[in-house]
Design a binder for this molecule. Structure first.
Ligand code: PLP
Length: 355
């Protein structure tokens, strides 16, 4: 791998107060960039001062959304060291997303070095207050300056990082979810399994509508039958029904979440039966009405787990776990965050120690 050239910033920003961190706003002093050109491959990996990118107004990403991204965190442990959680899973998923969006494959060691070298350089930015971390956002864009609809010959892989606070500063708070019946997030054969910006653009309207009606997220149904549950907001979703854990299977339109995968492993370790299969909204509401829906929660890197306290579909409304955090939801949150912040053993080798 080509050596990463480092150009240090001349001025340094003031680090934000960890108690007032707003998710994704306080970017650090540096960023990682590497270029790709057809015929040349990946070249010129570098860390440079954080700042605006110069992009041609005709660049593909601005018109045709040729973009993919990842999200992971660096955690500071009690002894002051810094570690990552399953970073290679993010790198591999990025290459899966790249394949879907006609972006180039990036060597795993290069994509990972962009993350690890930037975090090491910015290590003073990794906060140490409880539940805070450094959020890492790698992304890849197609940059050819031509309006023809083709995949790009010139691309960049970029990593930016920012300190983030606890997702729920007042503790895990159950959220109200609306079952979206107009828009769909993804369809089979579409881009649902890829972490690509366009999926988010297409989801904003439903999110805005839900919020205007007093709900914090939407529950997405499949795009073909509009019957089967796929995800909740930008998280995967799990249910405990009659003692069993159910989660939608990875059918091509569900994003293969790393938190989802980790929760399934922990649940199996604890002896739960986990079924990955099609779950209809009807089945879910029936379970709620006959009292067998015991818990519901979303999973994702940003919030870890997010308890669902209320579900609404049309004019039907049900409460889950008495609008309290369920036992398994809390146990998953505790187990995952204990591993991530180094407070517990790491039996599955999920942790990569950095410095
Ligand atoms: C990123 C993402 C998730 C969660 O993935 P994690 O790897 O657990 O963070 C779930 N759904 C969507 C749509 C996502 O973009």
């Amino acid at each position: 791998m080509e050596e990463i050239k480092i150009t240090r910033a001349q001025t340094f920003k003031e680090k934000p107060d960890p108690s007032t961190l707003v998710f994704g706003k306080a970017m650090t002093d540096h960023m990682f960039i590497v270029d790709y050109d057809v015929g040349q491959g990946w070249h010129d990996p570098r860390i440079v001062p954080y700042g605006p990118l110069a992009i041609d107004p005709a660049a593909k990403v601005l018109h045709y959304a040729q973009e993919i991204f990842e999200g992971l965190k660096a955690y500071r442990t009690a002894d002051g060291s810094i570690q990552l959680f399953r970073p290679l899973d993010n790198v591999r998923r990025m290459n899966d997303s790249a394949a879907r969006m006609s972006l180039p494959q990036i060597p795993e060691d290069l994509a990972l070095a962009g993350i690890t070298e930037l975090v090491k350089l910015e290590q003073e930015w990794v906060p140490s207050a409880k539940d805070t971390s450094l959020y890492i956002r790698p992304f890849m864009v197609g940059l050819d300056a031509a309006l023809g609809v083709h995949s790009s010959h010139h691309c960049q892989y970029i990593v930016i990082v920012c300190p983030v606070g606890a997702y729920y500063p007042e503790g895990l708070d159950p959220v109200k979810i609306y079952v979206e019946d107009q828009d769909v997030r993804a369809v089979k054969g579409g881009t649902g399994m890829a972490k690509t910006g366009g999926n988010y653009a297409a989801s904003l309207r439903a999110g805005d509508r839900a919020e205007a009606n007093g709900y914090s997220q939407v529950l997405w149904l499949d795009g073909v039958h509009r019957k089967y549950i796929e995800e909740v907001g930008s998280m995967n979703v799990m249910f405990k029904i009659a003692g069993k854990i159910l989660t939608p299977d990875l059918n091509g339109s569900v994003l293969p979440g790393i938190t989802r995968r980790s929760c399934i492993q922990l649940l199996k370790d604890w002896g739960y039966e986990v079924e990955e299969r099609r779950i209809s909204a009807e089945e879910l509401f029936e379970a709620a009405e006959n009292g067998t829906l015991e818990e519901a929660w979303g999973t994702g890197t940003a919030a870890v787990v997010s308890p669902i306290g209320e579900l609404a579909m049309g004019d039907k409304k049900v409460t889950v776990s008495n609008n309290q955090i369920g036992e398994i939801t809390q146990r998953l949150y505790d187990a995952l965050t204990d591993i991530q912040w180094g407070r517990a053993e790491d039996p599955h080798d999920w942790i990569m120690k950095l410095c």
